[in-house]
Design a protein around this ligand. Structure first.
Ligand SMILES: Cc1cc2nc3c(=O)[nH]c(=O)nc-3n(C[C@H](O)[C@H](O)[C@H](O)COP(=O)(O)OP(=O)(O)OC[C@H]3O[C@@H](n4cnc5c(N)ncnc54)[C@H](O)[C@@H]3O)c2cc1C
Length: 454
């Protein structure tokens, strides 16, 4: 049976014992060590249909792998079938309509590379190594979100393979209920084999980090919470606690020091940059800045080297409506206790254009929040996992009461049904209805799962 499956694929079928097995079951988070029974490395839609039909007919658990960047390792499963899309890497820019069609194995760097040649950019995240698939299906926020919305707000249509093997297109006009659900509802409804995105005229940006001493973090956060929401939407800046990396461009005097910072991205008219940054410069001189005009893909890949594949990752998120003085005091305490040099806490702005889409209009529901917060423990050495996880949980426990109640699905580990429900608020009921219609047997359940029964 497996032989027939194997020969009907144009891609490869990998099993335990095969030479490439260990490489094929490795994902970005080195903490994940799952052992699938079969890994189908698909190269086209026909392969995906074949794999889904095989998995369903043989009652296998099915996991779907896009970029493999997801924290809890939901792109793999033990003892089941992985539909691995990482070889499906086609990108086609249409400069006439300012759109790009992207296959599901692409990383954002693949898309940036293709679109930048035309002076265009897609709305993605803050790093180029993240997969297009998972980021988009969870919502997607990044450097261009205050100006152009979430990644899903720029999604025009998708092609999908459903659990029963059917192939459908979902857009505002075709299967609009499915199109609504996949814009934030994750991989719950089927496997996306092609994304069509709207692009924007973003070529170079004025961008980079500014750092301040850790002791000044309270002052920086109080200024940031007032300044950014009122700033032009051309300006994006995410706040971070971090340890200064021990190498250029950072001065030696700062190497290894815990600091706070804001990573800026200004995508407006170049001649307005000085004016927009004037209040930033007037606030307080940073101890270091690396700000300048650069191609958008340079900004997107600026931190790739810091976070290579294979590190240990543990993260927890929340959506934030308000940064109160009490919350800032707690951030100061926990943010100054970063357990390892790569651990961090980021506050990503999700205001501006994100707020112009209504919460019921897509599955992504927390449209009235100002920030998406993520507390991340990262380190190369598994020996530090316990300490790192304890820090992330302690930080999250302290701050969660000050949150809006739910978290971005792409910043969650496996945290249980209640957390998934909290993420979707009033949209959860409708997501269950769409799940019942398109995946009634919960074939796609290795994800932040929306169960067909409420
Ligand atoms: C260093 C780093 C930086 C990040 N920065 C950001 C950021 O700035 N903004 C942001 O929004 N997020 C960010 N994220 C989170 C990111 O969105 C998630 O990790 C996301 O899951 C990555 O997508 P992927 O395709 O790589 O994931 P995968 O691990 O491959 O998949 C994630 C989930 O999606 C499902 N899935 C994957 N492909 C498909 C498909 N084609 N069809 C159906 N289901 C599918 C999988 O089954 C799984 O459940 C970051 C993550 C990391 C590690």
């Amino acid at each position: 049976m497996i032989n027939i499956f194997k020969t009907s694929l144009r891609g490869e079928l990998i099993q335990p014992g095969d030479a490439g097995y260990d490489a094929a079951r490795r994902i970005h988070n080195g903490m994940i060590d799952k052992r699938p029974r079969l890994i189908a490395q698909c190269v086209d839609v026909a392969d995906v249909i074949t794999a889904v039909n095989f998995g369903r007919t043989h009652g296998l658990r099915i996991a779907v792998r896009g970029g493999g960047h997801n924290g809890p390792g939901l792109s793999l499963c033990d003892d089941g079938l992985v539909v691995d899309l990482s070889r499906m890497k086609g990108v086609r820019v249409d400069p006439g309509t300012h759109t790009v069609r992207v296959e599901p194995g692409c990383r954002w760097g693949d898309v940036d590379h293709a679109t930048h040649a035309f002076g265009l950019a897609a709305v993605s995240g803050i790093i180029s190594t993240t997969g297009v698939s998972g980021l988009t299906l969870g919502g997607g926020h990044g450097y261009l979100s205050r100006k152009y919305g979430l990644t899903v707000d720029n999604l025009l249509s998708v092609d999908m393979v459903l659990g029963d093997g059917r192939f459908v297109t979902a857009s505002e006009d075709e299967h609009p209920d499915l199109f609504w659900a996949i814009r934030g509802g994750g991989g719950n409804f089927g496997i996306v084999t092609s994304f069509l995105f709207r692009l924007h005229p973003v070529d170079t940006v004025y961008a980079g980090p500014m750092l301040w001493p850790l002791e000044q973090a309270g002052e920086v956060l109080r200024w940031y919470r007032e300044f950014l929401p009122k700033a032009p939407e051309d300006l994006f800046g995410f706040f971070a606690f971090l340890t200064v990396p021990p190498g250029p461009p950072f001065p030696e005097s700062l190497h290894g020091k815990k600091v706070c910072g804001i990573v800026w991205c200004y995508s407006g008219p170049p001649d307005q940059a000085e004016k927009v940054f004037k209040p930033v410069r007037e606030f307080s001189p940073p101890v270091f800045e690396y700000l300048g005009r650069m191609p958008y893909p340079t900004l997107q890949s600026m931190f790739d080297g810091l976070y290579p594949p294979g590190l240990q990752w543990y993260w927890k998120g929340d959506f934030i409506k308000e940064l109160s003085d009490e919350a800032i005091a707690l951030h100061m305490r926990h943010g100054s206790e970063l357990p390892t040099p790569l651990s961090t806490m980021h506050l990503y702005p999700i205001d501006g254009a994100v707020h112009r889409v209504g919460s019921p209009d897509t599955a992504f529901s927390f449209r009235d929040c100002l920030w998406s917060q993520v507390i991340v423990g990262v380190d190369p050495d598994p020996a530090n996992n316990e300490r790192m996880i304890a820090w992330a949980r302690g930080y999250w426990d302290a701050l969660h009461p000050y949150s809006a109640g739910g978290a971005y699905v792409n910043f969650m580990m496996e945290e249980g049904d209640e957390r998934v429900r909290a993420t979707y608020q009033d949209n959860y009921k409708r997501l269950v209805e769409v799940k019942r219609k398109y995946d009634p047997d919960n074939i796609f359940r290795i994800n932040q799962n929306i169960k067909p029964e409420e």
